[in-house]
Design a protein around this ligand. Structure first.
Ligand code: DGT
Ligand code: CA
Ligand code: CA
Ligand code: ZN
Length: 596
């Protein structure tokens, strides 16, 4: 691997290599503590909120919590030479397909190793063929039943080949399940019901859906749940918990608990696992062991072992441990427990957003007229709405030039006059989403941009430019005094298109210096900036804006995805431009122009 190729390794790719080392060591039966160290390293790297290359270059690998000397050396090897000798050695010893077999439910590392060593099976395909031919039952401890189980597992694996579901797909389906379940039962059967797991934490992608409920008739709830019309397969059917799959292959787990267990259970099933581990450790230090039902005294200085404490709410559980309630979006074990010792974090909420600064109409690729979009915005209670159609020259769509913008201005002036006459404070603004061209110049002339209210600048074409080029291109736009907002900074489409190779650290630094606002695009296909980078942006002193980038009236409803992504980045209302009333918002943009 060449240097330039190694420089391209993303945090996720580095994390995957450490996870693969752990898997290989599991199969080879290596030391358990070593394996845990590699698993932890993988998770830590994946959740880092800075580019690992930046940390490496600054010589700060050892400062990452959980990264010890041995792991730091291996990261250094990987980033400087493209290789980790241990990883190379391990992959020589174990065929890649054997690691793959571990992904089949019920096939653990020990089984994978035996299938490989005793039956010479080295791929999932080979495993399937052997199970179908009844060749696995010759292994000691295996029978026809285990072959059936393996085949079912392989089928499940294939259906979940796409693995994780984007939140924009998962959330409406999960909310539909809850609504249908409530409708299928007599009123009052369910006292409480909530999404838990990664959906409640608003992760970008969802492994499976977790639902938690309180009911005194758990069996009735289970039966109704498994009988929902959208259920295609029942994976588990108990008195208090069940698992099913939906037509898109997504798994939904439900669990019913008693009211007095709700607080501990909701905390447990919300996760993340890493957050739970940290909370459990904190409880242990205070003489309590924590599970999904309760705290139980265990080595407590003043109490005999085995005394239980129940919590009807999460707030009470956290308070008992001396913590403020932690917003689910923050529960990733990235400093939230420390923060909750001091005070509750008042993160931004959907209701804090009062205006939209990035939207489209039929003047470019939107579906609504200016008047239709404005009416929908007013109905939603917005105070202002910036019409920002694409600049011309994008090819795929028509766009706006100086003449079209003049047309839009006339229409907007007329509409605004109407709002004023009707005594409404709602106002339309005129902007554009101007293309940042390959050389960093903009798709419209400065004189044209100067006449607009709020200018968004984004990249849609040439996203695959190399790092230095695309970074410089963005920096030039960020430094242009006419550019107010950098739209969807990385251009990623979750699960479909990788982010551009832009050096976000430098771009966000430039945003902080110039006062250019960094966008969190609320479209769930984008979520760009991500929560991780939103947090970094605020650390660097940037102001953010949360925009729906609505191309139709119904896309105004996408706002919660943007706000909850912001919350994953610990963002408060004060960090966000479009929480400000119109005059204050425009004043902030004007100030930064005069400073540039
Ligand atoms: P996902 O489904 O991969 O998007 O992520 P989660 O966080 O929803 O994970 P999931 O569905 O496996 O479990 C839901 C929550 O339940 C998880 O966030 C923490 C808790 N949990 C599940 N299994 C374990 C476990 O083995 N240990 C601990 N401490 N917690 C667990
Ligand atoms: Ca889950
Ligand atoms: Ca689950
Ligand atoms: Zn747009």
């Amino acid at each position: 691997m060449s240097d330039s190729a190694t420089a391209r390794l993303s945090n996720r790719q580095v994390a995957e290599i450490f996870a693969a080392i752990a898997d290989l060591m599991l199969i080879l039966g290596e030391n358990r503590f070593k394996i845990i160290a590699y698993q932890n390293a993988a998770r830590t790297i994946e959740e880092l909120n800075r580019d690992i290359h930046t940390i490496h270059a600054a010589g700060e690998l050892r400062a990452i919590p959980g990264i010890g000397q041995a792991i730091a050396e291996k990261i250094d090897d990987l980033l400087t030479t493209g290789h980790i000798p241990l990883y190379d050695k391990l992959t020589e010893q174990v065929p890649a397909g054997v690691v793959e077999m571990m992904r089949v439910p019920d096939v653990g590392p020990k089984t994978a190793k035996r299938l490989w060593e005793e039956l010479d099976i080295t791929s999932v395909e080979g495993l399937k063929a052997a199970a179908q031919a009844g060749q696995i039952r010759v292994l000691k401890g295996f029978g026809a039943k285990s072959e059936e189980k393996i085949l079912k597992g392989i089928e499940l694996l294939a259906r979940r080949a796409d693995d994780r579901t984007p939140i924009g797909t998962a959330r409406p389906l999960a909310e539909g399940v809850i609504a249908d379940l409530l409708a299928a039962l007599p009123e009052g059967t369910i006292q409480k019901i909530e999404l838990a797991g990664s959906l409640r934490r608003w992760r970008e992608t969802i492994g499976d859906v977790d639902i938690l409920a309180v009911s005194e008739q758990p069996v009735a709830v289970m039966e109704a749940f498994r009988s929902l019309p959208q259920v295609v397969d029942i994976l588990g059917a108990g008195d208090r918990k069940s698992s099913v799959t939906l037509p898109n292959g997504m798994q939904v787990d439900i669990r019913v608990v008693e009211a007095r267990h709700w607080g501990a259970a909701l905390a447990y099933f919300t996760g993340s696992q890493a957050h739970n581990v940290a909370v459990r450790e904190l409880a242990q230090k205070q003489g309590w062991s924590l599970n999904e039902y309760a705290l139980t005294s265990d080595g407590h200085p003043d109490l005999p072992d085995g005394e239980e404490r129940f919590f009807e709410t999460e707030e009470e559980l956290y308070a008992f441990l001396g913590l403020a309630w932690v917003a689910p979006e923050m529960r990733e074990n990235s400093g939230e427990i420390q923060a909750a010792r001091q005070q509750a974090n008042r993160l931004i909420e959907v209701g804090d957003i009062v205006g939209e600064l990035h939207s489209h109409t039929i003047f470019s690729d939107g579906k609504g007229t200016i008047a239709e979009m404005a009416a929908a915005a007013q109905a939603k209670g917005y105070a202002y709405w910036n019409v920002s159609d694409h600049s011309i020259g994008l090819g795929v769509t028509q766009g706006v030039d100086a003449a079209k913008l003049a047309e839009q201005r006339a229409e907007i002036d007329q509409l605004n006059a109407g709002y004023a006459a009707a005594g409404s404070d709602f106002r339309l603004l005129l902007g554009t989403e101007v293309e940042i061209l390959a050389d960093g110049s903009l798709g419209l002339a400065d004189e044209v941009l100067a006449g607009l209210d709020v200018v968004v600048a984004s990249i849609h074409i040439g996203l695959r430019q190399e790092r230095e080029a695309i970074t410089e291109r963005c920096l030039k736009a960020v430094r242009n005094p006419h550019v107010d907002i950098l739209g969807h900074p990385t251009g990623r489409l979750i699960g479909r298109r990788e982010p551009s190779d832009i050096d976000l650290e430098r771009v966000l630094q430039a945003c902080a210096e110039t006062g250019t606002i960094a966008e969190i695009n609320a479209n769930p296909a984008r979520l760009d900036l991500s929560g991780t980078y939103a947090r970094r942006a605020v650390e660097l002193g940037c102001t953010l804006v949360i925009n729906c980038d609505a191309h139709s009236t119904d896309q105004i409803d996408l706002l919660p995805y943007g706000v909850h992504t912001a919350r994953r980045g610990w963002v408060t209302a004060a960090d966000v431009l479009n929480t400000r009333p119109l005059a204050e918002m425009l004043g902030m943009l004007k100030d930064r122009k005069s400073e540039k």
